[in-house]
Ligand binder design. Structure first.
Ligand code: SF4
Length: 431
């Protein structure tokens, strides 16, 4: 979501005549887009700010803006701590930065009228300029779930869906500019549409995007088990372009822990959703997120998580150690009582299971033919992704182009990527 926000801001700034530069040294406006989901992410933003402070104090003509989830109710305190920051902007509130950009720019260089056009609803029609073949398209902003450990609803607000026409307009625009793959984004993407008068669903979007020429793949994330209806699962199975790649955070395999997290479902309900997906799409890839060391997590509760991971055999497991987020329910009412040494041990155990199951899943692809979307090409090598999101490297014959769909026979596997060669026309089974 942050990447999508950054691209949108960049598109707005470009409309005002700004250009992005690759090297920090030649920039005179820095925008740091921040994440608050874990302490580590915030620490990285602080260290960037420290670095820029030195540059600014050394007399360089530079301006600094901070946007994203770190900017919230305590902005005044942040402004006191970092007085050299010129603008603060909450997630998706681009106006303070665009206004700053317009102020900095020499009026003789550009059209001052364009800012008012942009801010007067124009920005909502401004799409991020694509640089590759894939693009992120946020479809629902915010979250209504309020898991006890999570800062997102406090920083990104409640769920707000974009109208269907607006989403399709953007995807058509992207397709006209060579985009081949779109990823529909939401904190809980299946919540899409419940707040719109006609009650469209994610399945409504899938079916409509299926008809857009040029788009060959559709991805979606992140899923929330309770919002994942049969209609949505079935539509993934039915729509040719939609990737059978589900990102469904379970967070814990223990019902008592899930209850303390206020996740709103039981392990059994999660397993039932996975079974439904596998019934409809036996080859579907399923990724999940796990948080270890949440307040009060006992050894037994953690063992239940390990047991669930072994039972489901996820393709990918994103694991993180709990860190309290100021302002959340968990921060205010629970004690962060799992020692960091234990958190690290649990994290490594989950990573180990991830590596084993991922290797095992990839090994089954040996000698099979898989369709990939080509993302990069050199003179001798090309790289792309399967519908399941796995990276595939293969030798090129000079004819492969970025954006092509190619059938590749897999000849080598690791836990994290695959290698192969272009299939000849006699190969039959395509995954
Ligand atoms: Fe945070 Fe996801 Fe829970 Fe929403 S559903 S509160 S984004 S963890």
């Amino acid at each position: 979501m942050n990447q999508a926000d950054s691209l949108k801001l960049a598109a707005g700034l470009e409309q005002l005549g700004w250009q992005s530069v690759k090297k920090d040294e030649s920039a005179n406006l820095f925008v740091i887009n921040t994440c608050s989901v874990r302490q580590h992410a915030e620490d990285r933003a602080y260290s960037q700010l420290g670095r820029l402070r030195k540059q600014k104090l050394s007399g360089e003509e530079l301006h600094i803006a901070v946007m994203g989830c770190m900017v919230g109710p305590k902005t005044a305190q942040l402004a006191k701590r970092f007085p050299y920051v010129d603008a603060w902007a909450r997630p998706q509130e681009f106006e303070p930065i665009l206004t700053l950009a317009e102020t900095i720019k020499d009026p003789s260089e550009g059209d001052l009228g364009s800012l008012s056009v942009l801010l007067d609803g124009g920005l909502t029609r401004t799409y991020a300029l694509p640089t590759g073949i894939s693009a992120f398209v946020p479809v629902v902003h915010g979250c209504n779930k309020f898991c006890t450990y999570c800062i997102v609803p406090l920083r990104r607000g409640r769920e707000r869906s974009r109208p269907v026409a607006d989403v399709l307009d953007e995807i058509n625009w992207l397709a006209d500019r060579g985009i081949r793959e779109v990823t529909l984004l939401g904190q809980t993407v299946e919540a899409y549409g419940h707040d719109l008068s006609e009650r469209p669903t994610l399945a409504t979007l899938f079916r409509a995007i299926e008809k857009i020429e040029g788009i060959v793949r559709v991805r979606f994330l992140t899923s929330y088990p309770k919002d994942m209806t049969n209609e949505i699962i079935d539509s993934v199975a039915d729509c040719r372009k939609v990737c059978e790649h589900f990102n469904i955070p379970v967070q814990s395999g223990s019902n008592s822990m899930l209850e303390r997290m206020r996740r709103g479902y039981m392990v059994e309900e999660f397993v039932e959703r996975v079974e439904r997906i596998r019934l409809k799409m036996p080859d579907a890839a399923i990724a999940t997120d796990i948080i270890v060391g949440c307040p009060g997590e006992t050894d037994d509760e953690f063992r239940e998580t390990l047991s669930l991971l072994r039972q489901i055999r996820f393709d990918t497991i994103h694991v993180a150690a709990y860190s309290p987020r100021p302002g959340t329910f968990a921060d205010r009412n629970m004690i962060d009582d799992v020692p960091s040494k234990i958190k690290k041990q649990r994290l490594h155990l989950v990573e180990k299971i991830h590596q084993e199951s991922s290797l095992n899943i990839n090994q089954k692809l040996l000698n099979r033919e898989i369709e990939i979307l080509v993302e990069s090409v050199t003179e001798t090598q090309a790289t792309g992704r399967t519908k399941h999101g796995t990276i595939v490297h293969f030798n090129t014959n000079g004819e492969v182009k970025i954006g092509n769909l190619e059938n590749i026979v897999i000849t080598q596997t690791t836990a994290w990527s695959l290698k192969g060669h272009i299939a000849d026309n006699l190969s039959l089974s395509v995954v």
